[in-house]
Design a binder for this molecule. Structure first.
Ligand code: 6RS
Length: 116
């Protein structure tokens, strides 16, 4: 049938979840490698290896400028941060471990929020 617009309260709920989740990611002890874009001039190889860089400040900018149609689009970008991290960093490294910790935290929190 014709694509019906989502009821606005669902959009409001999704937007609230994105705001809560992003604030908690930004405040996390292990967020430091992900707060701002990786400087591709100072990190050798990053530009070549990582096709779609993403970081929490870019997600914040997209959220504040209505670039996420829904919760799924937001979750795709957050997972991109962690997937890029796994691709570029050894699991047994400071940044690699931070990425695994952050992904575990994120998955637990959005599960809790969606089940609430
Ligand atoms: C997420 C990620 N993946 C791969 C490389 C870097 C990063 N994050 C950037 C922000 C970063 C973190 C640590 C750094 C760094 C830069 O600058 C060089 C000096 C040492 O410390």
């Amino acid at each position: 049938c014709a694509k019906m617009p989502k009821p606005s309260q669902d959009n409001d709920r999704d937007l609230t979840f994105c705001r809560i989740l992003l604030a908690e990611l930004e405040d996390h002890h292990d967020a430091w490698p992900f707060l701002n874009p990786v400087n591709i001039k100072t990190v050798p190889g990053y530009r070549k290896v990582i096709k779609k860089p993403m970081d929490f400040s870019t997600i914040r900018e997209k959220l504040c400028s209505c670039q996420y149609q829904n919760l799924e689009m937001f979750i795709i970008d957050v997972n991109l941060v962690f997937d890029n991290c796994e691709k570029f960093n050894e699991d047994n490294s400071e940044i690699g471990r931070a990425g695994h910790n952050m992904r575990k935290f994120f998955e637990r929190r959005w599960t809790e929020l969606l089940k609430s």
